[in-house]
Design a protein around this ligand. Structure first.
Ligand SMILES: [Fe+2]
Length: 373
């Protein structure tokens, strides 16, 4: 992999012409960058069809406006093996902060690399998303909502997940000896809480529309379309059976075996799950027609809950999508048919009172998630 670093010159014209609210929120509230610190913006080529080139440019210009020393680097979209991963990690040392507008950020997101500087993965894929309510919603308020959800989940005696297509999943998270460490790379916007272990749960999940990769590693076919729903039966972090039309079940099983063989991983492992928490996250085009971009951003909408499966780690390699989930935490429907209600959490009302703009957004969340229903 060839990586080039260019130190860019300030471009005040661009700064004057454009709305930088999202980029400023990213750098000031999430990254926490300040004058004199170095900032590396890692982007991928717009031609790869994932990020636009304007969003990273806005972040770079905003960094310069804040007095940061900004470097820009274009990476490939994927690191395909350990040596490419190590080469990338080597290129990322020596900066105070890194922001990824590139999928490689997700591929090293779960690395435990202590040498990696403060790093942030951006899930706003273009300038419009960065400056929409997705990128500009109060980051600190979203952090408080995330913490309240994490605490509710950690202390829950029972959690139950249902969905209109018949999913039914119940249990008490069995974290083992200690809670797993959260990801090493920060996320912007803050779109999901800490993954909930699947250990301690039992039930059936309706697999509908498609199975898709998790962003962890790339493989082909990355997406398996499902003409009919297939139910996955799971118990204590294992897939025990698939139920449905015989040929559909066979296709699903073969897909699992193919992916597992490619990466030498356990196909039937269900590591964890979580639902979206960001009321400004949306995806307006059809999911199936733009599945890579859909899988890289839409999961943050509270109408989507996803599972990390295939592989004994988060995020696994195959994701399940549950639409319009209801998630009862100790009998309280915190997600209610795809709408997140932070006010139903302990201290949730206080959080919303402190962040009235965010409260209004939670009252009128984005509904477009790339599906017609
Ligand atoms: Fe996830």
């Amino acid at each position: 992999m060839t990586l080039e670093i260019d130190q860019s010159v300030p471009s005040p014209d661009m700064f004057a012409d454009t709305d930088f609210a999202g980029a400023m929120s990213l750098l000031k509230e999430c990254v926490g960058g300040s004058t004199g610190e170095s900032l590396l913006i890692v982007s991928e080529a717009e031609q790869s069809g994932f990020y636009d080139e304007q969003a990273p440019k806005q972040a770079a210009a905003a960094g310069r406006a804040l007095g940061m020393v900004v470097y820009e680097l274009q990476s490939h979209s994927f690191v395909n093996n350990e040596s490419e991963k190590n080469l990338l990690l080597k290129s990322l040392t020596g900066f105070d902060h890194i922001v990824f507008f590139s999928r490689v950020g997700d591929q090293i997101r779960f690395s435990s690399n202590n040498a990696l500087p403060s790093s942030t993965m951006c899930y706003a894929l273009n300038r419009e998303a960065l400056n929409s309510s997705f990128g500009t919603a109060c980051y600190k308020g979203m952090q408080e909502v995330k913490v309240a959800i994490d605490q509710a989940v950690e202390s829950a005696t029972e959690i139950r997940v249902t969905c209109p297509r018949g999913s039914e999943f119940i249990g008490r998270p069995d974290w083992g000896k200690e809670l797993p460490a959260d990801v090493s790379v920060k996320r912007f916007p803050l779109s999901v809480p800490r993954p909930v272990t699947a250990n301690g749960f039992i039930g059936r999940i309706a697999l509908s529309r498609f199975l898709v990769g998790t962003g962890s590693r790339h493989y082909d076919p990355y997406c398996l379309l499902l003409p009919n729903d297939v139910f996955a039966c799971i118990a204590n972090g294992r897939i025990t059976d698939f139920e449905g039309d015989k040929s559909d079940v066979k296709r699903v099983e073969q897909h699992y075996l193919l992916v597992a063989e490619k990466f030498s991983i356990d196909p039937w492992c269900v590591d964890s799950w979580h639902a979206g928490i960001h009321p400004g996250c949306q995806f307006e085009t059809n999911a199936e027609s733009d599945i890579l971009r859909w899988s890289g951003t839409a999961f943050g909408n509270p109408r989507i809950l996803h599972f990390h499966t295939c592989g004994e780690y988060a995020p696994g390699e195959i994701s399940w999508t549950v639409v319009d989930p209801t998630v009862y935490i100790d009998d309280v429907p915190v997600w209610d048919n795809g709408q997140l209600h932070p006010e139903r959490l302990v201290h949730g009302l206080d959080i919303l009172r402190r962040h009235p703009n965010l409260a209004r957004l939670f009252e009128n969340p984005a509904r477009e998630i790339g599906f017609s229903i």
